[in-house]
Write a protein that binds this ligand. Structure first.
Ligand code: UN1
Length: 501
């Protein structure tokens, strides 16, 4: 307990009010990685007070001076990519190239935000009145609460925080309870960069700590990435509250459409990457493959062959394709969802819900293992398994025999709208998909994972409100001012409005 890692509040490592601790666990081995203090609502309130107080001075710095702290973080992320990538892999189970890519994506986000500090911001706007200067300017909102998930434990916190900080906001960061070690390293980086006290604060903990961020009156913006369930609660709580903003980024029931024109090498490759990379635990992972009848049998045969053989195992081994699921509770959920799909009468093609003993590497018997679960389902049936997100390597093959309009209708038949892809050689179909698929991230002839930070990242419908992540976070963390200045001694109005009194 005495050695448990602490919270970082107002420039200091503090034990906080609570007496409880929690452990970080390696999901591939069950090994304990570290002990962390469990933050209480009182700890969050203290962090918010510190952030609120730090805001007035932080906003007075130029964007360029604020970005200097971020450049230090950027260099550290670059220098320590291999080491941190291994920490990501140990703590969240992603295979090692994904662990490192998580850190590289974080570095890209910080680079974008810090580099953006030297770019012009806002607009010079024409006025009907020659003596008027009109501008759109941005100003920081204040304290930003960042509640982040475990599946991208380094990249996503920086998606939320990097632009917020450069734009002059202060931050209270509540990382996922499954990945506190990654968060500890993030906090150490801000400390190493010498960021002024109170500008960045981190409170480790569970849902009650996250909830305390949402409920604190002095938090101006909440940025959340995680489950739809929690995101909708946050939106409901803050939606109508004056002065508050909730920018939420949630899951999906993402699909790939494979048309009769598709290059099947690209189709199989894209589907395998999208459905099984990160063991299906990306918000952009695909759980539906909508395949034209002309290529259905061949695609099915080839996809099933890979799903049966794709390697599941030690994520630190470079030859592994899929690591474990994140934790026991999630393992139970995925297993239950696979069973439920069977109960709904689908035709199961591959079921590696339970791996054979010889597939599990020595020393990894306590990991949360599953392999691919692949089934055929009626594209037009109202099934839970083809409409609700599982967040695992659980994927439906759905056949269609009409035109692209039918495929897109099937793709849009979900409450979610995050990501998707079309695999086709027909540009009419590709363009129709691009314009009509109800999603925020659309890909052509590519997997529907692997977005880069210089594009907006976010969804529509139940998948999100606003684009709180990657470059579009600017909208979440700033308010716009329409600023108009009169340079003459007369008052002259637009729209022909009389100024006579
Ligand atoms: C997520 O899906 O949870 O687009 C984040 C990607 C990554 C981020 C994914 N850059 O696959």
């Amino acid at each position: 307990m005495a050695d448990a890692y602490k919270h970082y509040i107002d420039g200091e490592w503090v034990e906080g009010e609570g007496t409880e601790t929690f452990e970080s666990e390696n999901p591939a081995t069950g090994e304990t990685l570290g002990e962390f203090r469990k933050g209480t609502p009182a700890d969050v309130d203290r962090a918010v007070d510190a952030a609120d107080e730090a805001f007035e001075e932080w906003r007075e710095l130029s964007r360029i001076d604020r970005a200097e702290y971020l450049w230090d973080v950027y260099h550290e992320l670059r220098e320590r990519t291999d080491e941190l990538g291994e920490i990501v892999t140990k703590e969240c189970g992603k295979e090692i190239s994904e662990g490192k890519a998580d850190v590289v994506e974080a570095a890209h986000m910080v680079e974008w935000a810090a580099g953006d500090a030297r770019h012009p911001k806002g607009d010079i706007v024409p006025s009907e009145i020659p003596a008027k200067d009109a501008y759109m300017r941005r100003k920081p909102r204040g304290v930003t609460g960042c509640i982040t998930p475990w599946n991208f434990p380094v990249a996503i916190p920086y998606w939320h925080m990097a632009i917020a900080l450069v734009e002059g906001n202060t931050v209270v960061f509540k990382p996922a309870e499954q990945t506190p070690w990654c968060a500890q390293v993030i906090a150490e980086m801000f400390e190493d960069a010498g960021i002024p006290d109170g500008v960045f604060n981190m409170v480790q903990g569970y849902g009650d700590a996250g909830n305390a961020i949402v409920e604190n009156d002095d938090v101006d913006t909440v940025i959340f990435t995680g489950s739809a369930e929690v995101g909708h609660l946050i939106q409901d709580k803050l939606g109508g509250v004056a002065g508050k903003r909730a920018a939420c980024e949630m899951g999906g029931k993402n699909a790939i459409v494979i048309t009769e024109e598709a290059d099947l090498d690209i189709a199989v490759h894209s589907a395998v990457m999208s459905s099984f990379k990160t063991t299906g635990q990306r918000c952009v992972s695909s759980e539906r493959l909508i395949v034209h009848t002309d290529v259905y049998d061949e695609f099915k045969e080839r996809f099933v062959e890979v799903a049966e053989s794709v390697s599941v195992g030690d994520p630190l081994d470079e030859n592994t394709f899929m690591g474990p699921l994140i934790e026991e509770e999630h393992h139970e959920k995925v297993t239950r969802n696979n069973e439920q799909a069977r109960e709904e009468g689908v035709n199961v093609l591959v079921d590696r819900t339970e791996l054979d003993d010889e597939e599990i590497p020595d020393g990894h018997e306590d990991g949360y293992w599953v392999g691919p679960f692949v089934y055929e389902a009626d594209a037009h049936a109202d099934l839970t398994c083809t409409h609700e997100e599982v967040f695992g390597p659980h994927v439906a093959l759905m056949e269609y025999d009409g035109d692209i309009e039918e495929a897109v209708e099937i793709q849009n038949d979900t409450d979610y709208g995050l990501a998707g892809a079309i695999i086709s050689e027909d540009y009419r179909q590709i363009n129709y998909y691009r314009d009509r698929a109800e999603i925020g991230l659309a890909y052509g002839n590519l997997p529907c994972i692997g977005a880069e930070v210089q594009l907006p990242f976010g969804g529509v419908k139940k998948s999100g409100n606003g684009y709180p992540s990657a470059r579009e976070a600017i909208e979440a963390v700033t308010d716009r001012t329409a600023w108009t200045l009169n340079n003459s001694k007369e008052i002259e109005m637009a729209q022909g409005l009389s100024a006579d009194i």
